[in-house]
Design a protein around this ligand. Structure first.
Ligand code: 7TS
Length: 408
């Protein structure tokens, strides 16, 4: 499977201490992953030896920068098995991917009475843009509820996904429950009623093989920073004929064919949606992150995460008063959000931090999910390719200590 010790050696930050004498235990990869040395190095080398603007100059640096940046797009295209790199648009993050589709496709296609279907377990990035665009177009946002075990209530799908639905946008993997949703089934159901399907793959692409052609999704968005890549870069995948028919999202340099003072025409895909100087080092960094993950093998990554998550769920269930949100290990990715009776999630995170353990506490940008689960917030440990069973044991020890501090 994975050689976790060898992987750990690739991540400089994992050799560091959180506080003097207290090693870092990083269990917050779902918020943002750490970066392996090749990613850090390729960006460093870019600024030292290549730095120039892309798609412009005829000088060597600009050509090298363009080749590296576009070469990264080719590897990202293969990583998600898109048919054509013209369908792979660089954005800043998954959030920008949703906003691009909402503003460009939504404004051009939605009318009063049209419906956008999401689920109740979405990250705010896949809720708020639709609410904004619904407000502007007169469309209505509906949501598919989830069951108490954190899986989608598929029995309600036929009432909610109808010929009024123009787009069904849902997460492949919940960032709180960890639920792995039946993506292909949901996409097929959307297509059956003539709706487009958009997948939030922010918690999927970093952790499992993703094949946009096999899924047959119309749009898919993810962020580089959760998959060993830098911040400030993400991808929006869209089917070519749909992207071709969409108006630009932002106007400016790089996205035009010809500009006169009277009007302008647009560049071909993907550049039509890439206005202005992009995150060049970031795109190159993401290409190297993709190489790193490809080398490990996404099937291996997924299998290892399932193993460590299994271990963690069992270990956490030993902590008195601890309640895990979401389904059993068989149906989830590498996150474990939980509450402990009598302990506020922020107090949990603060006490764990003293032991060098980084987790996230709060609503994880999924306020509706928490509200519907009957809690305001939760603590969340998330696991990645470098997480060890020893680290999970430390988490459990530290949680037991936290309970003692609060005399529980
Ligand atoms: N969708 C999901 C499922 C996510 O988990 C996140 C980020 C996003 C979209 C948005 O990603 P961004 O890079 O555009 O911000 N999730 C989290 C999280 O769980 N904790 O911090 C960020």
């Amino acid at each position: 499977m994975l050689d976790v010790q060898q992987i750990r050696a690739d991540f400089p930050i994992l050799q560091e201490e959180a506080y003097p004498g207290v090693p870092l235990v990083y269990l917050d990869s779902a918020a943002s992953s750490q970066k392996p040395l090749p990613v850090i190095e390729v960006m460093n080398q870019y600024y030292r030896h290549t730095n120039a603007n892309v798609h412009r100059g005829i000088h060597r640096l600009s050509e090298d920068a363009t080749n590296a940046y576009e070469g990264a797009r080719e590897r990202i295209t293969r990583f998600i098995n898109a048919a054509d790199s013209a369908e792979v648009i660089y954005v800043r993050n998954a959030t920008e991917g949703f906003n691009l589709v909402a503003y460009s496709w939504g404004r051009a296609n939605l009318q009063p009475g049209d419906e956008i279907l999401i689920t109740a377990m979405e990250h705010h990035a896949n809720i708020v843009p639709w609410q904004i665009i619904a407000e502007q177009t007169g469309a209505v946002v509906r949501h598919l509820p989830f069951l108490p075990n954190g899986t989608l209530d598929l029995d309600q799908l036929p009432q909610l996904l109808t010929e009024k639905t123009k787009l069904f946008s849902f997460t492949a993997v919940s960032n709180v429950f960890g639920t792995v949703n039946p993506v292909k089934q949901l996409i097929d159901a959307a297509h059956k009623v003539g709706a487009l399907a958009m997948v939030d793959a922010a918690q999927a692409v970093p952790h499992m093989p993703v094949d946009v052609q096999a899924w047959d999704c119309d749009f898919l968005a993810f962020s580089g920073h959760k998959m060993c890549g830098p911040t400030g870069i993400g991808i929006l995948f869209g089917k070519r004929h749909i992207l071709d028919a969409m108006p630009p999202f932002m106007g400016g340099g790089d996205m035009i064919r010809r500009v006169t003072l009277e009007g302008s025409t647009w560049a071909d895909l993907p550049h039509k949606f890439e206005a202005g100087t992009p995150g060049i080092a970031e795109g190159i960094g993401l290409g190297t992150a993709v190489d790193y993950l490809t080398n490990l093998g996404m099937t291996n990554v997924h299998a290892y995460e399932q193993q460590i998550t299994n271990y963690a769920l069992e270990a956490l269930s030993e902590v008195d008063g601890l309640q895990i949100l979401g389904p059993s290990a068989a149906q989830r990715g590498g996150v474990a959000a939980f509450t402990i009776q009598g302990l506020h999630p922020h107090d949990i995170a603060e006490l764990l931090d003293k032991d060098g353990i980084a987790i996230r506490a709060g609503h994880h940008c999924a306020m509706p999910l928490h509200h519907l689960s009957g809690v305001n917030s939760s603590a969340r440990a998330s696991f990645y390719i470098h997480t060890t069973t020893e680290e999970v044991d430390k988490l459990v020890e530290s949680l037991n200590r936290a309970r003692k501090v609060f005399r529980l």
